[in-house]
Design a protein around this ligand. Structure first.
Ligand SMILES: Nc1ncnc2c1ncn2[C@@H]1O[C@H](COP(=O)(O)OP(=O)(O)O)[C@@H](O)[C@H]1O
Ligand SMILES: CC(C)(COP(=O)(O)O)[C@@H](O)C(=O)NCCC(=O)O
Ligand SMILES: [K+]
Length: 244
């Protein structure tokens, strides 16, 4: 059994895998890390490996307490990945993006793949049919857009996510909802259109905390898989064992 842990900038997501099958999923806050992992390992005492991808401010040291119980694999860009990394700054590429690209490469062979992760940030990652990782884009996520408008202005309130009535917002609140939610959806549809113009035979994978919300609202039909990062983490680990 393998315990996978994804430390994002908002929350921690974890899952226990038996082979390629998910046994259970968990979501928790950063300050609950040790307590939650302890609890998971008590329930799934057959876990032999803990695999972590962290882009949050949690480092390897936070997991060393569990070293007696299982093997810790804290992934970095120095690990082995199934794609050719063409990013101009491979050392600064987020490990979450590397894991997503690895999962896309392994799960969808011989085709162009675009992974969109709508989390704290929206990340776009493109791996072509020859398994070259080319890069993508980073932009503010849904929650971050609401917070940025409030934090960097004097007059804009902090609003909770709400569907806008129209693209023409007729009040401050509606204008913010339209700008944030419609802007978010238009951006993603715009990127998908751009990729579609330039590449054929490509698959789109949508994941992250806002994936379900988004999938229903995009012009382009794509299926969301909120668990894609954790599944990819499990696959990246299996790939590492097979190829090390
Ligand atoms: N319970 C929740 N707590 C925080 N964010 C949530 C929650 N449910 C949905 N979200 C949405 O998920 C996004 C964060 O996604 P997530 O994948 O958890 O981020 P990260 O991987 O960067 O930590 C936010 O933009 C927010 O709109
Ligand atoms: C872009 C990110 C902040 C996204 O983080 P997330 O939204 O998943 O919490 C993360 O992938 C990161 O820190 N990347 C480093 C820069 C890069 O990928 O080029
Ligand atoms: K992301």
């Amino acid at each position: 059994m393998v315990l996978t842990v994804d430390v994002g900038n908002t929350r921690i997501k974890a899952a226990v895998f038996e082979g390629s099958k998910v046994l259970e999923n968990f979501v928790f806050e950063k300050n609950e890390l040790e307590k939650k992992i302890e609890k998971i390992l008590k329930k799934f005492s057959n876990c032999s490996d803990l695999v972590v991808a962290s882009v949050g401010n949690i480092e390897k040291q936070s997991f060393l307490a569990f070293e007696k119980e299982l093997n810790i694999h804290f992934l970095t860009h120095e690990d082995i990945f199934p794609f050719i990394n063409k990013y101009a700054t491979p050392k600064t590429l987020g490990i979450d993006r590397m894991v997503l690209a690895a999962g896309a490469t392994l799960q969808f062979p011989k085709q162009n793949r675009l992974v969109i992760d709508a989390g704290t940030c929206i990340t776009y990652d493109f791996v072509d049919e020859n398994d070259n990782y080319l890069g993508g884009a980073i932009s503010p996520g849904l929650r971050l857009r609401y917070e940025a408008l409030h934090n960097y202005t004097a007059k804009l309130p902090l609003l909770a996510l709400e569907l806008p009535d129209s693209y023409i917002g007729n009040s401050t609140q509606q204008a913010i909802h339209s700008g944030v939610v419609n802007g978010f959806v238009y951006e993603i549809d715009g990127f998908i259109d751009e990729y579609s113009t330039n590449f054929s035979n490509f698959i789109i994978i949508l994941t992250g905390g806002d994936a379900e919300f988004l999938a229903k609202r995009l012009k382009n039909t794509i299926f969301a898989n909120s668990n894609f990062l954790l599944e990819s983490l499990n696959q990246t680990f299996q790939y590492k064992i097979d190829n090390d």
